[in-house]
Ligand binder design. Structure first.
Ligand SMILES: *[C@@H]1O[C@H](CO)[C@@H](O)[C@H](O)[C@H]1NC(C)=O
Ligand SMILES: *[C@@H]1O[C@H](CO)[C@@H](O)[C@H](O)[C@H]1NC(C)=O
Length: 360
């Protein structure tokens, strides 16, 4: 028992990644722990995309300190706690659950006075975490050609107009326009080459392509909410500001999308991708600004999309199979003997009268 606990403790501490990094006189440097990663196991039929975390309780979480993305010093860490990141896939879609403690902060219609989260994934092989792809072109000159290889995929959810527990993201109205927007809840699908060259999927400085889609869906929740039957907009602000609790952000996206423009990351079962997570919080009620976000690491975090095989190869041990088949054989012999006996008795008992159906 003690040994099992010890093993669990060691595993637990290995899952909590430490990130040491600093920014020296304009030179970016990052010394991230190479052990940190997020694993998306094959667990079909476990989670419902509703912002609630209870179905995720048996899925391992990965804990990250949240440090300012542009100046990652430990003393400026997000004070209310670490972010727990869970992921899984069902063979078609990948799911993410982000949990972070935070007093309830919600200002109707003002995204910057509400918490906000973003996921970022590498698309181009030369896309760096730092500077969101790291293309060195200025906004006037960045194009899919000049920044080739520096594409990153971004999902950003701002909740100022999003009702908790309701689904936002890709919807028929915006997808008909062929871009990554979401006019209802602002859960948008973007791509970028650097922080100044960042666009909704399908839009670019050199023209719009109407073949793009918003492939993300997601919902949010806060543990201080007491109503579970379904909020509507009139219930805003849904709870009293300042209440202690945990924010939940749940997302899903198909592993593959129909992107033809190099604006979506494509996930492959059994392979690893590179991701990062950003978090904005209105500290002391002050609106946040775009670059004032926390990040889970100062470099890409590997995201492993695990093979589903481990579930299929887990057969019952052979000894119990033997016991089961022996029992089945015994059972069939007994029932065979019983049927022979019944047949014998029926054939002996000549006096059983035949009753035609129409006499009943
Ligand atoms: C990435 O950079 C390397 C080295 O500069 C280059 O050879 C390669 O073509 C680049 N890849 C892309 C997709 O641009
Ligand atoms: C692309 O679409 C946006 C939004 O509809 C519009 O503002 C922009 O002018 C369009 N760009 C081009 C080059 O047509």
């Amino acid at each position: 028992m003690l040994r099992a606990l010890l093993v669990l403790a060691v595993l637990g501490s290995a899952r909590i990644g430490l990130v040491n990094s600093h920014k020296e006189s304009g030179e970016w440097s990052c010394d991230s722990d190479s052990d940190i990663r997020v694993e998306a196991e094959f667990r079909p039929g476990v989670v419902t995309l509703d912002g609630h975390a209870n179905e995720w309780k048996d899925i391992d979480g990965f804990e990250f300190s949240l440090l300012p993305a542009l100046d990652p010093h430990a003393e400026h860490e997000y004070k209310s706690g670490k972010m727990s990141v869970k992921a899984l896939h069902d063979g078609n879609d990948v799911f993410f659950m982000l949990q972070v403690d935070g007093d309830y902060a919600y200002t109707e219609g003002d995204n910057k006075k509400c918490p906000s989260v973003a996921l970022m994934f590498q698309i181009g092989e030369n896309a760096s975490y730092h500077d969101m792809g790291g293309c060195t072109e200025a906004p006037a000159t960045c194009t899919s050609k000049t920044c080739h290889g520096h594409e990153v995929d971004i999902m950003h959810f701002s909740i100022g107009n999003a009702i908790p527990g309701r689904l936002y993201g890709g919807n028929p109205v915006d997808n008909r326009d062929g871009n990554g927007g979401d006019r209802f809840g602002h859960l948008v699908d973007l791509y970028s080459w650097n922080p100044h060259c960042r666009y909704l999927d399908g839009m670019s400085p050199s023209g719009n392509d109407t073949s793009a889609q918003n492939n993300w869906k997601g919902a949010w929740w806060h543990s201080s909410f007491t109503i579970h039957s379904g909020f509507v907009e009139e219930d805003r602000p849904y709870a009293l500001n300042g209440q202690k609790g945990t924010y939940y952000f749940e997302f899903s996206r198909p592993l593959r999308t129909m992107d033809r423009l190099q604006q979506d990351a494509q996930f492959t079962i059994g392979e690893s991708s590179k991701m990062s997570i950003a978090f904005w919080y209105p500290v002391d009620g002050n609106p946040w600004h775009g670059s004032g976000h926390y990040s889970v690491s100062c470099d890409w975090v590997p995201l492993d999309i695990s093979l589903g095989g481990s579930l299929l190869t887990k057969g019952a041990p052979s000894s119990s199979w033997d016991a089961a088949s022996a029992f089945a054989l015994l059972f069939s012999v007994v029932s065979f003997c019983a049927s022979v006996f019944v047949g014998y008795r029926v054939s002996q008992n000549k006096s059983v009268p035949f009753t035609p159906m129409n006499n009943l």
